[in-house]
Design a protein around this ligand. Structure first.
Ligand code: FE2
Length: 432
């Protein structure tokens, strides 16, 4: 577990050295140090320091107490105690997840349809390597899919798209033609992640990152906080096109991608992601369950009827049909109940939760997270810098207040103009 200090230090010779000497005196070894101009004033620099996990808490506390007395360090913020997990602060921090993939490439379970196919495993490994080398900002490598892979895609695509008009939510049916037009969605080709990434960035600011295999729940959810979706690039084994025990391009591109082009759904997904940053393991488990019953297996009410929006449903012909029959139980979406619900992972779901709308689900999730997540500080996403700000001090709130003020001014200005135009029209009408 990482522990982090934030020190705002005057921009003068020797000031940082004094602070570092204190840390050294207390045997506080550092893992990482980053600096940036401070938002308090131009004469200060913020130093964000990650402390090595072996450093005893008592020594760290002593060092922090001494630092607080130091004239050279204006503000010392201790970002949590010993149990705050590391979390990405900026979008490029997601590059670290390349090294933490739980399974990748040719590591298949014995019940995987491609387990005994050496060629398939080799192919998977090659595609997974693209993802392992990927860095934020670089182009997602193009994959030339084989004839067999294209055939598997075609079967899945044709089966699913026949069910979408009756079973999928209106958002998917609205977006799919746009994906066909802009990203090459069709029965005859597997769309490229880079084309989808460009499209999503323009519509909702969501981004795709290729991933070599399964990520932990924490890493995967942390990505959503930055409006980043980790997508596999390989496809299921061609011997069983309608079955896959793991995510593949059919699941990602047909199940997930269309919804990320919907602004309300994108915001909802990011809300889950933001709640996951620095969350405890127990909270990650509950958020993972919430994610399961929404982004993967969610239903929403449209014109009084349940429709599917979860990717696990939208990418499975059998379960997409089943979920709208009278066999499963459909309950209203209430985050406090959803987060505690048990679920099977190898069979169709016996229970689904139905949201009134994505916007409403987002508000419910936000309120639930604010009440139930145990993180000792608030976080704000900065869409300009693609980073998160940890709101531990009043000074951090000043830019938010200024931003709010500027938006209120713009709203007020727009209202005044509209009212003036309406009054002018009324006067002209009266004069006629
Ligand atoms: Fe998924």
């Amino acid at each position: 577990m990482a522990r982090t200090l934030l020190m705002a230090i005057p921009h003068r010779v020797g000031a940082l050295k004094k602070a570092l000497n204190i840390l050294s005196k207390h045997d506080v070894n550092l893992k990482k140090i980053e600096s940036r101009p401070s938002k308090i004033g131009t004469s200060l620099y913020d130093f964000v320091v990650d402390v090595e996990k072996e450093v005893p808490q008592q020594k760290l506390d002593s060092a922090v107490n001494e630092l607080k007395k130091l004239d050279a360090a204006n503000v010392i913020t201790y970002l949590g105690g010993s149990n705050i997990p590391w979390f990405p602060r900026k979008i490029s921090d997601l590059d670290k997840f390349n090294q933490t993939v739980l399974s990748a490439g040719s590591e298949l379970e014995s019940d995987h349809p491609g387990f005994n196919d050496a060629e398939y495993r080799k192919r998977r490994l090659k595609i997974a390597e693209n993802a392992l080398q990927f860095k934020h900002g670089s182009a997602i490598p193009h994959v030339e899919y084989t004839k067999g892979e294209l055939e598997a895609w075609k079967q899945v695509y044709n089966k699913l798209t026949t069910l979408y008009p009756t079973h999928a939510c209106s958002q998917l049916n609205y977006v799919l033609p746009m994906l066909q037009q802009n990203c090459g969605y069709s029965e005859n080709q597997i769309p490229q992640l880079q084309d989808i990434h460009n499209f999503l960035k323009d519509t909702t600011g969501f981004r795709l990152r290729p991933v070599a295999g399964l990520l932990s729940s924490r890493d995967f959810l942390n990505g959503l906080a930055f409006r980043v979706f980790h997508s596999t690039q390989y496809i299921r084994h061609e011997s069983s096109p309608l079955y896959t025990p793991e995510p593949d391009v059919c699941h990602e591109l047909l199940g997930h991608v269309p919804l990320f082009a919907d602004p309300d759904f994108a915001d909802f997904s990011q809300e889950i992601g933001l709640a996951s940053l620095a969350a405890s393991d127990d909270d990650i488990k509950r958020l993972g369950t919430l994610y399961w019953f929404t982004v993967e297996y969610g239903l929403c009410k449209q014109e009084g009827q349940p429709k599917a929006y979860g990717a696990g449903l939208l990418s499975s012909f059998g379960e997409l049909e089943y979920c709208l029959t009278d066999k499963p139980e459909i309950r209203p979406f209430e985050p406090e109940k959803v987060a505690e619900q048990q679920y099977p992972i190898t069979t169709y779901q016996p229970v689904y939760f139905m949201a009134d709308s994505f916007d409403r689900a987002k508000e419910q999730t936000k309120a639930w997270a604010a009440k139930n997540m145990h993180r000792p500080f608030a976080i704000r996403y900065n869409p300009y810098t693609l980073s998160v700000e940890v709101l531990t001090e009043a000074r951090r709130l000043i830019p938010i207040a200024k931003d709010l003020q500027s938006k209120m001014d713009a709203l007020h200005g727009a209202m005044e103009k509209i009212v003036a135009l309406q009054e002018q029209d009324n006067r002209l009408e009266f004069a006629e």
